[in-house]
Ligand binder design. Structure first.
Ligand SMILES: Nc1ncnc2c1ncn2[C@@H]1O[C@H](COP(=O)(O)OP(=O)(O)OP(=O)(O)O)[C@@H](O)[C@H]1O
Ligand SMILES: [Mg+2]
Length: 277
């Protein structure tokens, strides 16, 4: 009954550049669970990921995201990371001047008590082992973070970070995009190797293909900045076969995107607004 991990998002609303994109997200995740988030382009999936992680562009206006009784949304980004939150971004940033290994070692040590830092030897051994599992060339240890990495190399490197940091809440935003078939299997195996009762996954994807390798317990569909439908893995299979039109019809949704049309802000048709002068 009592799972070791429980993460509860309630009524999360967030804006970007004064446009409300998330319009009230409710989601509960327990240890051991994999939740897939699907949905057409521009419906708020990455905004959900970035808002949870604390990206400065995204302003949370309402809601809570509670892990172990603490609201992550009230923490700084580094505190969220130390609390066990991890995000593999849809578009990982390149950081010139910081090597992959320096970055990872700082990230690991930032989570440890002062004086209890991981030894260099132990760190290198661990990193080499994980890189081997992910079939990443050892040279990548010394390259600047993501600089000049191919699309697939960046995604694999995100999974390397995940495997080294062993986070408790893992958010993967389109980790499958740009991966060839073999890399997809390697990445999925990396994710599956971390599945455990004290960890939960939120996996944003467009394709069933990834979910064939990482079987989700729950599938959620996002439209208009909300989770509009949830189900089991069969929901993803139906979406793959039939697309999103049936969901839109069922729910009476005409435009599933968020933040693009003026209607979000202007309920009154534009031509009825009187000119100022
Ligand atoms: N940093 C930003 N600056 C401006 N607009 C943004 C920003 N982030 C998100 N938006 C807008 O919010 C809306 C939702 O974007 P989001 O990236 O969350 O969609 P998504 O569901 O992840 O789509 P996709 O499947 O294409 O990745 C879009 O209209 C997008 O342009
Ligand atoms: Mg996205």
């Amino acid at each position: 009954m009592s799972n070791s991990l429980r993460f509860v998002i309630k009524g999360l609303k967030a804006s970007v550049e004064n446009k409300e994109i998330l319009k009230g997200i409710d989601l509960e995740m327990n240890g051991g669970e994999v939740h897939a988030v699907m949905g057409p382009n521009g419906t708020g999936k990455s905004t959900l990921a970035s808002s949870l992680m604390g990206h400065p562009k995204y302003t949370v206006t309402e809601g809570t995201a509670v892990l172990d009784g603490n609201d992550l949304l009230e923490m700084e980004v580094d505190e969220r990371s130390r609390a066990g939150l991890f995000l593999a971004m849809q578009y990982p940033s390149e950081i010139a001047g910081v090597t992959n290994s320096d970055f990872l070692r700082s990230a690991l040590n930032a989570r440890r008590e002062e004086g209890n830092e991981i030894s260099l030897i132990k760190f290198i051994r661990q990193m080499e082992k994980k890189m081997k599992e992910l079939e990443i060339d050892p040279q990548f240890m010394h390259r600047y973070l993501n600089e000049g990495f191919s699309g697939g190399e960046k995604k694999r490197n995100e999974i390397l970070q995940m495997m080294m940091l062993e986070p408790r809440i893992v958010i993967l935003d389109e980790i499958d995009s740009g991966l060839d078939i073999d890399a997809l299997k390697i990445v999925a195996a990396g994710v599956n190797s971390l599945r455990s009762e004290d960890r939960a996954f939120l996996i944003i994807t467009h394709y069933q293909r990834l979910l064939n390798y990482i079987k989700p317990d729950f599938v959620h569909v996002m439209m208009q900045g909300r989770i509009v439908k949830s189900g089991g893995s069969e929901l993803a299979e139906r979406l793959e076969a039939e697309g999103y039109d049936w969901v839109k019809e069922e729910l009476g949704i005409v435009d599933e995107t968020v933040g693009q049309s003026e209607e979000d802000e202007f309920k009154v048709p534009m031509n009825t607004i009187a000119p100022k002068y």
